[in-house]
Design a protein around this ligand. Sequence first.
Ligand code: NAP
Ligand code: GDD
Length: 322
Amino acid sequence: MSKHALITGITGQDGAYLSRLLLEKGYEVHGLLARRGSDTLWRLRELGVENEVRMVDGDLTDLSSLIRAMQASQATEVYNLGAQSFVGTSWQQPVLTAQVDGVGAINVLEAVRIVNPEARFYQASTSEMFGLIQAQKQDEKTPFYPRSPYGVAKLMAHWATVNYRESHGLHASSGILFNHESPLRGLEFVTRKVTDGVARIKLGLAKELRLGNIDAKRDWGFAGDYVEAMWLMLQQPQADDYVVATGVTTSVREMVEIAFRHVGLDSRDHLAVDPKFFRPAEVDVLLGNPAKAKAKLGWAPRTSLEQLVTMMVDADLRRLRK
Ligand code: NAP
Ligand code: GDD
């Protein structure tokens, strides 16, 4: 019998990579489709799985639609990836972010509990919950200190996941994922803004790249590697929480240099810092310790930052040349 998965946020970066992974494993893949943008299926199309997944209309803020999605998909594994995921926007839309990212996760947990409490649940938690870091290397035991409305909402969802596991016995796991990128990353996030900007400058379509805090440091990995960790978590006999990271941190400035170097340009000739892109409160540095995921899941990242950035620049050059 084939396994059935329901993915919220299926049209996002991780949703696309996870769909492809689960289809390769023989799953019937269902996705919650919120239908907001004009071409929301472009990522699934780029990975060649647009016609392989089955969509069910719904929204994370609408419990009844989630109950119907659980019923229609007959899901035995539920991956809650849907979110207002851009940290910068969360200061402009704190209530929406709380409703979608915080209450939305509780809505999915309720739908699982009501329709099929045996189904396994994955919550897309985030290193943004560590915020003002309380340990040099963050792991599952590091105290949280979120620095944005996004981080606060995600912390609610994280603890709700732990609570449903402890109080209702759900197989509910939380992946505390550090930043992960790919050619399918949204243009608002810094890595893709940089690789798209560098490709434009290389092709003579732009002259300058304007960024905010280039001293911020992140632990960046490849989304294609990280969705494997999500799946592995739901294959374990016991639900648990795991940090998923590379264990290497790099500044935005260094990331920018890698991208320019790849196309034979010098970042100093094109980079400008614009206070417009600074945030009201910053997460200065993130660095994860993925030892538990390695020991218990047998998971390890396979893609270096250099490989990731060059893959993204090449993809943007290809897109722009078209
Ligand atoms: P993404 O590309 O921004 O995708 C977000 C998805 O959520 C989209 O499919 C979007 O649908 C959907 N969505 C937004 N509001 C919704 C609503 N009200 N109801 C239903 N769906 C809604 O994000 P991602 O990078 O793939 O990340 C996946 C998840 O992991 C997110 O929860 C994110 O917060 C979390 N996370 C990401 C990272 C990272 O570095 N990428 C790290 C840690 C945690 P539309 O296409 O219709 O807008
Ligand atoms: N977006 C953006 N644009 N960020 C910039 C810019 C810019 O022009 N200039 C500097 N930065 C800095 C931000 O201030 C931040 O410190 C860092 O680059 C990374 O920003 P983002 O790429 O927007 O990612 P994020 O770390 O805030 O959030 C991402 O990772 C989280 C996991 O830690 C998102 O994917 C979240 O959804 C995810 O939870």
